[in-house]
Structures are given as C-alpha cells and as structure tokens.
Design a protein around this ligand. Structure first.
Ligand SMILES: Nc1nc(=O)c2c([nH]1)NC[C@@H]1CN(c3ccc(C(=O)N[C@@H](CCC(=O)O)C(=O)O)cc3)C=[N+]21
Length: 286
C-alpha cells in the first residue's frame, strides 16, 4: 500500500499555526510584512505571486506585490531592494524567479538584507544551513516544507539513504543540506549523473526536482521508498504533472506526494511561516 502524502492538509495545519502567530505579533504591535517583487509578465509567475499575496492577507499579514516592467535595470532593482531593506513594515523580501536576462540574479540575492531573506537564498543563510549553524536563520521554503511533510508522516531521515535529483540553489542543494543535517546519507544526482535511474533505485527517500515531466517511474524506485515530487510540469495536454509518474509509482512507493496538492501548497505555507519568524526575530534583535 502506498501512503498519499497530503501536502494540502499539512499546509493547512501550518497555516493555522501561522495565523495564531500573526495574531500574537499584531497584539504586540508588529504586523508581519512581505513584499514580493516580480519583474516582467511571465504568466506562471503572476499566478504564484497572486496566490502568495492572497494567502498572506488571509493570515492577517501585510503583503505588497511590487510589479516592475520587463525592462527594469539591475540598478533600478537594486535601489528598490535597498528601499525595502530599511522599511520597518517589511520583514520578508522575495524577488520572484526567473528574472529577465539583463538582471544578474546572484547579485540581487546578495543585496537583500539576510535578515529579510525570506527565500533563504543569501550566501550568509546558505552558509548557515551548510554549517548547521546554531540560532535562527531563514531556509529555502520548498525544502523546508518537504522536511515538515516528512515529519508530519513520521518519516525520519536519520540513517536512511536519500537521493536528491536536481542541484538548484532553490531546491536541490538546500534539500541535500537539510537531509544531511537530519542524518540521512545523501546523494545529489543531476543531468550529468551516469545511470540516474540506478542511483534513484538506491533511495529510501527520493526527492525529484528536475522540471522533466514523468522522468521517474515506478520501475526506478526501491520498493517502499518515500517519493517527493517537486516537479511542476505540463504534459502534452497542458495538464499540471510532476517529475514522477504517479500512476506507475502506486503500489511500489511506500509514500508519495501528488502534483498538484503536494510540495506546492507546502512551499507557500512555509513561506508564510518564514515571514512570521523573520518578523519575530527582528523584534528580538536576532
Ligand atoms: N524567489 C522565488 N521563490 C519561490 O519560492 C519561487 C520562485 N521564486 N519562482 C517560482 C517558484 C515556483 N513556486 C511555486 C510555489 C507554489 C506552487 C503551488 O502552490 N502549486 C500548486 C498548484 C498550482 C497550480 O495549479 O498551478 C500545487 O502544487 O498544488 C507552485 C510553485 C515558488 N517559486
């Protein structure tokens, strides 16, 4: 039997806890605030940004969407970030990816105050994650949300073999770091990995974040494996599908996340959780 890991249900619980935390902070005169900066009019990005804004408002947070034209220069974007870095009503700054080609994304990441880096992409925060640094710091929300889902289903990575397919700054690398910190034995596989499917078959926990629809099928899984599908792909009919062929994984995987309704809702819920934490830590001077 394969357990369905219901990301939507876990996200709902996280959101309920966040709403309580927001109310507590508001009571103390702090309304957690997030700004999402979007450059250009990529339709998929616009949908995600709208969803984040709606969720933040629903939870009682202060939420700004800053829409900038496709032609925005590096200098203009840097000056807008500088503005929010010193804005006391904003605790989290998120610059939606992808950015137009005239913008140097790593330099934008570097310009965000690490204390307001709600994505956890700033090298300071990545460094803290890699060193399993004591104290508080933001961690990328998709991998962090995955760890929350695993915990919700009592899946402890300690001593397990984990394989992460994908080596992005947004998912693969922080995912591997979190699993390592949780005492899994971790392999990062990617587009240049030889015999990727044989590597996948070694995994007790398999996280797939490639952007290739149905790359992994049931035949590529160790029986009983936990399968986390980070994919947000479109099939030939334009339907939203994952990097894992859900149907063939049924009966082989021990547990699996669906797309939609798995990692996506957890990412948004964790983003809200992180924003509230940043507001709380800023008040503590941490
Ligand atoms: N700086 C930055 N940070 C991000 O976190 C970031 C980003 N840029 N750029 C784009 C990606 C993508 N992303 C998603 C979040 C939630 C869903 C989500 O809620 N998905 C729903 C379904 C959505 C649908 O039906 O289209 C689900 O899986 O159930 C999807 C995608 C965050 N991203």
């Amino acid at each position: 039997m394969t357990t369905l890991i219901d990301g939507k249900a876990v996200a709902k619980k996280v959101n309920q806890a966040t709403q309580v935390e927001v109310a507590k902070l508001v009571e103390r005169g702090i309304q957690p605030g997030i700004v999402v900066i979007i450059v250009g009019a990529d339709p998929a990005s616009q949908i995600y940004v709208r969803n984040k804004n709606r969720k933040a408002e629903k939870l009682g947070m202060h939420s700004i969407v800053r829409e900038l034209p496709e032609t925005t220069t590096q200098a203009e974007l840097l000056s807008i970030i500088a503005e929010y870095n010193v804005d006391p009503s904003i605790h989290g700054i998120l610059v939606q990816s992808p950015l137009p080609k005239q913008i140097n994304e790593p330099l934008i990441t570097l310009a965000i105050d690490p204390r307001k880096d709600v994505d956890g992409f700033h090298p300071t925060n990545i460094g803290k994650l890699l060193t399993n640094f004591p104290g508080h710091y933001p961690v990328a929300n998709t991998p962090r949300g995955i760890m929350t889902m695993l915990a919700a289903y009592d899946i402890d990575p300690a001593g397990k073999t984990a394989v992460v397919i994908g080596r992005s700054t947004i998912v693969g690398k922080p995912m591997a770091a979190l699993l390592t910190n949780a005492n899994a034995t971790v392999t990062i596989a990617h587009s240049r990995t030889k015999d990727l499917k044989a590597v996948a078959r070694t995994a007790d926990i398999l996280v797939v974040a490639t952007g290739i629809a149905h790359l992994i099928t049931g035949a590529d899984l160790k029986p009983g494996a936990t399968v986390i599908d980070v994919g947000m792909d479109r099939d030939a009919n334009g339907k939203l599908v994952g990097d894992v062929d859900f149907d063939s994984a049924q009966g082989i995987a021990g547990a699996i996340t669906p797309v939609p309704g798995g990692v996506g809702p957890m990412t948004i819920a964790t983003l809200m959780q992180t924003t509230v934490e940043l507001a709380k830590w800023s008040d503590l001077g941490e």
